[in-house]
Write a protein that binds this ligand. Structure first.
Ligand code: CUA
Length: 339
């Protein structure tokens, strides 16, 4: 009896210390959605159970190793024990009940956070190599920034154009694969105004690590304006806007800004540079050549590069967008106009 009590005290101390340790390791950023609270509570609950289980096993073991260790000159064998049905039933049934209950509880929570809510904001999310785009059918706007109103559930209808991608905003604690040919719903109720990032959580090719876009949570009253501003980028200086477009549209997956040669020519010192073309002629890179290269990439390929740039940017980008990109490229070419 004395030993059982001693062991249980040790288990209790160990369990408390482990729970405290798990709680104090703060691996996750702020909770920015109603769903994140549910998800984190489930994680905490699971970790508490794990802590108690760990303490039970490690505590009993530790106690036995120290208290029941062999002392010299005692070298007789220990008593042979063969099974104990009641203990075995107990340590099978209790965990089984806990796991079943956890499953039941989690399914309930999952059903609650995935069920339809009132007044949902619909956003069509498209993933492609290597960018996200967000279309708001009611507002008739497409934006590269995901703008969401606080305290209103957004119904994201997520799809992919080419390969598997995965929508992940850590602060929302929700993740959903974007699958070509499927439209998968994901409901998010942001509860904290702020700026976040949507990252791609599925290795999807060379530009995977650059596949992130801005997420903006604003007060409901500011939503329409914030969305229009984000979609047009009109509040940004041209070169800043150009940098954003280049990032959001995936340009930088193929064009470096540090001089490194990747799939396409680097943008560092591009404006004003003399380029040898595949057809043997050469050209000085200016606004007209850049515009042509964006709208009709096959027209004049620079020597040493393949004709692989998507031909769709001419339709996707407005002339204003292209001017913004050129303004950005110019800032990357401090010696522009020289040569
Ligand atoms: Cu898309 Cu990784």
């Amino acid at each position: 009896m004395k030993h059982l009590l001693g062991a249980l005290v040790l288990v209790a101390v160990l369990a408390t210390a482990t729970v405290y340790f798990f709680r104090s390791v703060d691996l996750l950023p702020v909770q920015a959605s109603a769903e994140s609270i549910v998800v984190d509570d489930l994680f905490d609950l699971t970790l508490d159970i794990i802590a108690v289980l760990f303490a039970l096993i490690a505590g009993l073991m530790l106690y036995s190793v120290v208290v029941f260790r062999r002392r010299s000159p005692d070298d007789i064998d220990g008593r042979h024990i063969h099974g104990n049905t009641s203990i075995e039933v107990l340590w099978s049934v209790i965990p089984l009940v806990i796991v079943l209950w956890l499953g039941y509880h989690s399914v309930g929570e999952l059903t609650a956070i995935t069920s339809a809510k009132d007044n949902e904001l619909i956003v069509d999310v498209t993933a492609e190599q290597w960018q996200w785009s967000f279309t708001y059918p009611e507002q008739n706007i497409t934006s590269s920034t995901l703008v969401l109103p606080k305290d209103r559930t957004a119904l994201l209808r997520i799809t992919g154009k080419d390969v598997l991608h995965s929508f992940w905003v850590v602060e929302f604690r929700l993740k959903q694969d974007a699958v070509p040919g499927l439209v998968v719903p994901l409901r998010i109720t942001p509860n904290l105004v702020g700026e976040y990032k949507v990252r791609c959580a599925e290795v999807c090719g060379a530009g995977h690590t650059t596949m992130w876009n801005d997420v903006l949570v604003v007060e409901e009253a500011e939503f329409e304006t914030a969305l229009a501003d984000a979609a047009s980028g009109r509040n940004l200086a041209p070169d800043v806007r150009g940098a954003k477009i280049a990032k959001d549209r995936g340009c930088l997956a193929c064009h470096s800004i540090d001089g490194k040669k990747i799939v396409g020519p680097t943008w560092k010192d591009l404006v004003g540079r003399r380029e040898d073309l595949a057809d043997g002629t050469s050209v000085t890179v200016d606004a007209a050549y850049i515009e042509e290269s964006i709208k009709d990439p096959s027209a004049n390929i620079v020597q040493g590069f393949q004709d692989v740039m998507p031909k769709t940017f001419g339709e996707q980008l407005t002339d204003e967008d292209i001017d913004a990109i050129i303004a950005y490229m110019t800032t990357l070419s401090p010696g522009a106009g020289g040569n």
